[in-house]
Design a protein around this ligand. Structure first.
Ligand code: FES
Ligand code: FES
Length: 141
């Protein structure tokens, strides 16, 4: 697939140097999710307090796009309220639909805009965000 060079560099940087890769010692909630089309999986851990995502980490195996997306997502949601985090997830869905949205909180996410023409790749890029939604839904009721 053809991605702009700058975008490709951002994605490769997040894939090779994954931010927030790992697990918390304890006290975190864990969400496991896989991408049914390929079987790749992510384990997302959220440290939550007062309806806020205080911190986030992830592990798992997946393609460069899924892991880069998890790296960016965990960076972007740290310190956000559930509401703010879900709003970011909604904006990410809009980006995957080809809408022109901005992520002033964490601009590097926009590097994933190029995948929106590839349905299989959208599933890769969305995996981490779906795990986030699932985690917040579990906590928030
Ligand atoms: Fe083409 Fe990943 S760069 S499928
Ligand atoms: Fe499996 Fe991308 S190919 S998550």
């Amino acid at each position: 697939m053809k991605l702009d060079d700058l975008y490709r560099r951002v994605i490769m940087d997040h894939y090779k140097n994954q931010r927030n890769r790992g697990a918390f010692e304890d006290g975190a909630m864990t969400v496991e999710l896989n991408n049914p089309t390929c079987g790749d999986r992510i384990s997302l851990q959220l440290l939550v307090e007062d309806n806020k995502v205080k911190d986030a980490k992830f592990s798992g195996d997946g393609c460069s796009i899924s892991m880069a997306s998890a790296s960016m997502m965990t960076e972007a949601v740290k310190g956000r309220t559930y509401e703010e985090a879900l709003e970011l997830a909604d904006r990410f869905s809009a980006l995957m639909k080809g809408e022109d949205v901005e992520f002033e909180e964490y601009e590097e996410i926009e590097a994933l805009s190029g995948v929106n023409k590839f349905p299989a790749r959208i599933k890769c890029a969305t995996l981490a965000w779906n795990a986030l939604r699932k985690g917040i839904a579990t906590e928030d009721n």
